[in-house]
Design a protein around this ligand. Sequence first.
Ligand SMILES: [Zn+2]
Length: 100
Amino acid sequence: MFMAVTENPALKQLAVKKAPQSNSFCCEVCGQNGSPNIGMISAERAANICQCSRLKIYRWIDEGDLHYVELPDGAVLVCGKTLARKIEELSMNTDKLNSH
Ligand SMILES: [Zn+2]
């Protein structure tokens, strides 16, 4: 059911950036929900893609909107699939953001 999401260039970035280098983490929550091999990206990169601050990424994690994993060294990775969903929401709310 995730077919109509390729218009947003940020989403294409997500698809391409799957499994970077050696640390190819996959989202366990999505795996349990029948979508294995969903790539995870660092919170920093997620903020970059969304063009927002990392704090916002952490808030989404707090609110339970993003699947995430915290690494032993303190780095936080977020799930590409749930992030893509948030980007969709953002692009729908662009008018509000721009009127700031
Ligand atoms: Zn996930």
